[in-house]
Design a protein around this ligand. Structure first.
Ligand code: PLP
Length: 360
């Protein structure tokens, strides 16, 4: 099915106000936004409008009962200025898996992708040209029935907003392995990009920051033994020459698209990779033996964020210095190279933005 998206262009672009050398993360939004509504069992009125605040009823269910999901992805430009998306259909599918877990309606992949292409195409001048910079894209959906009472909503709003971002997490991050609070348990919603997961992490994250750590390394919700992930990143360790990342089949870990990409790339680069349960004890033992070589987070925002320190109970593990962070650097440079159009895409991960779709 092909959707017809009604386009209303802004009469006053704000782009000339933007200093692309100095982009404040997450505070700057492009000229347009995409909106569609789910009413009476179908998605209706898909449209692109000037980015602006909108009103909702104070009884809007999404404000009260947490049927609220999102995605995070990026558009980049080649040296010739052609806009690119990275594995957009994977984001569309994951969005719908999050929706299913939260008992929300699926957004048809064609609608998600059509809206995405048209919106990014219209605002392509907002994609910062510098390598490592990008246009951050935030698709989201929330329940919008005007009803007080806990039930599955019947009315939803799906939107996409975008904004330019500079390079993220330039310096390595420090992690605190958390032994009091949990992020996700078996049977819960850890695997969904559901807004509530992030609200639940705010207090423990603030506590960690008060102790001088950037982020929490989450441990499993039953025994505080197995490593899960970090903030909005999946986690990789290099132990004695083998790259290890926690397996995701128990449903507590967000299935990152960066994680998936790295897992495909590493064997081709000659690295040995394992997806399996990984305990904090194994990491501590490796540290004492001198075989804990590298640790990095992987997610759309940073691509790769090196970790320089991990605290667990009374132990502070300092990781080897920059020149030894070979694995993380290699995959980061590769993915950034693909996004900049400098490395040939042999996997079909890079999707040019359909520019002909912008006439509307
Ligand atoms: C978004 C997210 C990730 C990373 O996923 P990507 O698809 O690589 O961006 C990892 N963990 C959590 C909790 C996330 O929300």
């Amino acid at each position: 099915m092909k959707y017809t998206i009604k386009v209303t262009r802004t009469t006053k672009s704000r782009i000339s106000d933007v200093d692309f050398d100095n982009i404040p993360f997450g505070r700057l939004f492009s000229d347009h936004m995409f909106i569609a509504e789910y009413i009476n069992g179908e998605w209706v009125n898909p449209r692109i409008e000037p980015f602006a605040p909108f009103s909702i009823n104070p009884a809007s269910m999404g404000l009260h009962y947490g049927q609220n999901i999102f995605e995070g992805m990026k558009a980049s430009v080649t040296q010739d200025g052609d806009p690119l998306l990275f594995r957009p259909e994977m984001h569309a599918r994951r969005f719908n898996r999050s929706a299913a877990r939260m008992c929300m309606p699926a957004v048809p992949e064609e609608l998600f992708l059509e809206g995405l292409h048209q919106l990014v195409g219209m605002d392509k001048n907002w994609i910062p040209p510098r390598e490592g910079s990008a246009l951050y894209i935030r698709p989201f959906m929330f329940a919008n029935d005007e009803f007080i009472g806990v039930k599955t909503a019947q009315v939803y709003k799906f939107m996409i907003i975008t904004g330019p971002v500079g390079p993220y997490y330039a310096r390595p991050v420090s992690l605190l392995a958390e032994s009091q609070y949990i992020r996700a348990a078996r049977g819960g919603v850890g695997e969904a990009k559901a807004a509530g997961n992030y609200g639940a992490a705010m207090l423990p994250s603030k506590n960690a920051q008060d102790k001088g750590y950037d982020q929490i390394l989450w441990l499993d919700g039953r025994d505080f033994k197995f490593v899960q992930e970090v903030g909005t990143m999946n986690i990789f360790f290099v132990i004695d020459g083998v790259v290890v990342t926690p397996s995701t089949e128990d449903g507590t870990i967000l299935r990152g698209i960066t994680r998936d990409s790295i897992l495909q790339l590493l064997p081709e680069m000659g690295y040995k990779v394992q997806e399996r349960p990984l305990s904090i004890d194994e990491i501590v033992n490796a540290y004492h033996k001198g075989t804990l070589q590298e640790c990095f987070g992987a997610g759309t925002a940073a691509v790769v964020a090196h970790v320089d320190k991990i605290a667990y109970k009374d132990l502070v593990m300092e990781l080897p210095k920059m020149e030894d962070r070979k694995v993380g650097e290699a995959v980061k440079n590769y993915i950034n190279g693909l996004r900049a159009g400098k490395i040939e895409d042999t996997k079909g991960w890079i999707v040019p933005v359909k520019m002909e779709a912008t006439v509307g």
